[in-house]
Write a protein that binds this ligand. Sequence first.
Ligand SMILES: [Fe+2]
Length: 221
Amino acid sequence: MTASSTNRQALIEQFQQVRTFSESLCKPLAREDYVIQSMPDCSPTKWHMAHVSWFFETFLLKPSAVDYQPLNPEYAVLFNSYYNAVGDKYPRPRRGLISRPTVDDVYRYRAHVDEHVLDLLECADDRALPDLAPIVTLGLNHEQQHQELIVTDLKHMLSHNPLRPVYVEQPLNPTQALPVLAVHGLGNRSAGGLAGAAVLGTARRKLVAIHTIGLAPNRSG
Ligand SMILES: [Fe+2]
């Protein structure tokens, strides 16, 4: 097995781990729990789950996957947040008014994005992979940020309920915790790591440049 194939497999496994963990966070939920927006600074879980997929679709699949077709082109606006440079967005304070697409539709959207990201990572040649890896890692870091937001927004939503529901009866198994994602250096371990970090820095700067205006005072998302 070559170094690049090892890193390719590690990247695929990290992608699957983070995406699966988002869905495991939703396992305790009823369908009704997915759609409530308890205040303008919170977002419904359904929106978070779609938005993190929109990120991969917008910044990885559309630029890099040949012949990629979005599941629904209108999701580009509905699930944008504050990435002003990539187009219009639906207002955050009204995300809780959106009953369609349904929760099932959002899971279909996630599956569609997963299928094409995995296809891209499996088929990309060794020269293309170093350009894709930092974007994937950034997307996974972004999804992990939204995993935190999912839990905090759910707790705020549940706190309004006089029946005092809890998110989970027992704490999640700590062994389910995910490792901190490493930057993927492609090539040999020492030089490749530095090269990967440099590429990730470039990717972050690009995203910072398009993510500048319109952040709320206390949180993004
Ligand atoms: Fe976001």
